[in-house]
Every structure is written in structure tokens, then in C-alpha cells.
Write a protein that binds this ligand. Structure first.
Ligand code: OAD
Length: 240
């Protein structure tokens, strides 16, 4: 069954973004051929156990990624979503799985990072988070509590709870339209949002390079590069 809603009936939108949105800015996705998880094993760099076992390797990996995102620029998809954020009078929440800051650099404000942020360091001694642009490998002291060696990347690793889930589900409950952009639908709970949305009668749209793992859950799918399909969709929805 399709959840039919006219554009004019849509007030509240929830958008989920993934690595595909930042791909054309020059940031590797995770699961494409040559993607990040082909070059590095998740078990080596993206779990609390990996960090406990080999903190040097994990800190180096994230130091390199933190450096890389500061060299790239937002693309037309980030800019289109920021434009939607600025102009859409109804409710809007952009939930990103991305840990880069390209949505906010493009100007998006109604944004939430469910998997953490590269440009944050989290002190496990005092639980404070700090904007962090440099490296963590040298085990710097926490600017708040002064304890050395307790800062870790503020990234949600496999086996950890994504951030701000209550807010996300509350927004999904109010939504008329759920749009998934540039994500493979391989990682839960984000991969389950489309199903949750559909079960509540929310219209669902996928914008991706190819069918995602959950593509059959979407009322509509449009395939193409994010820098093309996202601006076209934003234009359409803003024109009503
Ligand atoms: P993936 O790498 O799993 O999926 C990226 C998706 O983007 C794929 O479906 C690609 O086809 C699509 N894609 C690639 N280039 C594109 C382009 N130019 N335009 C549009 N789509 C494009 O990345 P995510 O789904 O974001 O989690 O991965 C989800 C989570 O898995 C990440 O947040 C990360 C990872 O492990 C953590 O690190 C906790």
C-alpha cells in the first residue's frame, strides 16, 4: 500500500542522510567498492573493544578522518538541504548519520548528528565534549577537567547507543514525509526509520544512487547522484 499525500498536505518533514550525501565532496562512503569498510575492518577501528585493545590505531584512524573532512567542502546536496531548512515553514529535522560537518557548513540548522561528530572530542573522565580540530593521538589533556589521555573521538561506535533517539522518534511521529538520502540502509536503528514511518502512515521517499537494502519500504525512489536528485527534489517541494 502506498501512503498517498499531496505535497500541499505536507507540513512536517524528517530527512535521514548518510555517506552518499558527502561522497561528491570527496569523503569515502563505507560500503561501496573501495569504501572505508573495505580498507579497514569495523572490528579494528569502530568498536569500544577495538579502542580498548589498540587505542593508537583507533586514534590515528580518526585523526586522519578529522583532518580529511576539514579539507573538503559542502556540495550541491548539502546546499539544497540548507536552503530547504531556511525556507520550509513547516517542521523539519535533518537526522544525519554523517560525522562530518558539511550540513552545518552549508548552513543547515535543524540538524542532529545521531552517530556523533568528528570535530568533537569527548572526555570520558568528566563527560564534557569539546570542539576538536587537531589530533588526539598524543593523548592531550581535557580542557575542562585537565585529566590527560581520556579524550576519545565523539563517534558512536558499533555496540553503542546512537544519540538523541527520543527526539528522532518524536519527529518521526509528527512527520508527514520521511526522506532517506544517500544511505545503504545497512545500519540500525537508522535503517528501521522507513519502516517505523510507513507503519504510521507517513509518506516515504528514497533518494540514492541505487536501491538501498530497505528500498521496498519506500513509496517512491529516485536514483541518481545526490548533487542532482537532492536539489531537484528540494526545488519541487519548495515550489509546492
Ligand atoms: P554506506 O556507505 O553504507 O552507504 C552509502 C550509500 O550512498 C550507498 O547506498 C551508495 O549507493 C550511496 N551513494 C554513494 N555515492 C552517492 C552519491 N554520489 N549520491 C547519492 N548516493 C550515493 O553509508 P551509510 O548508509 O551512511 O556508522 O552508513 C551508515 C553507517 O554505517 C555510518 O554512519 C557509519 C557506518 O558504519 C558509524 O560509523 C557508527
Amino acid at each position: 500500500m502506498t501512503n498517498e499525500r499531496k505535497v500541499t498536505d505536507i507540513k512536517n518533514i524528517v530527512i535521514l542522510t548518510g555517506a552518499g550525501v558527502s561522497a561528491e565532496s570527496g569523503i569515502d562512503t563505507f560500503r561501496s567498492a573501495g569504501g572505508l569498510w573495505e580498507k579497514h575492518r569495523v572490528e579494528d577501528v569502530a568498536t569500544p573493544e577495538a579502542f580498548a585493545r589498540d587505542p593508537d590505531l583507533v586514534l590515528r584512524f580518526y585523526d586522519m578522518r578529522r583532518e580529511r573532512i576539514q579539507e573538503v567542502l559542502p556540495n550541491a546536496a548539502h546546499h539544497a538541504l540548507a536552503c530547504l531548512d531556511a525556507e520550509w515553514k513547516g517542521g523539519l529535522l535533518i537526522v544525519t548519520q554523517n560525522v562530518d560537518d558539511l550540513h552545518e557548513r552549508a548552513g543547515a540548522r535543524r540538524l542532529l548528528h545521531m552517530h556523533g561528530e568528528h570535530l568533537n572530542a569527548w572526555c570520558t573522565a568528566c563527560d564534557q565534549r569539546h570542539v576538536w580540530r587537531g589530533t588526539l593521538f598524543e593523548r592531550p589533556s581535557c580542557p575542562a577537567c585537565g585529566v590527560p589521555g581520556q579524550l576519545r573521538p565523539d563517534i558512536v561506535w558499533f555496540g553503542e547507543m546512537p544519540y538523541r533517539m527520543e527526539e528522532i522518534y518524536a519527529a518521526l511521529n509528527r512527520a508527514d514525509l520521511f526522506v532517506s538520502i544517500g544511505t545503504s540502509g545497512a545500519v540500525y536503528p537508522a535503517a528501521g526509520f522507513v519502516r517505523d514511518a510507513r507503519e504510521q502512515g507517513v509518506r516515504t521517499l528514497e533518494l540514492n544512487l541505487e536501491p538501498s537494502q530497505g528500498s521496498h519500504w519506500f513509496d517512491e525512489s529516485r536514483y541518481g547522484a545526490a548533487t542532482e536528485v537532492v536539489p531537484a527534489w528540494v526545488d519541487e517541494i519548495l515550489r509546492g
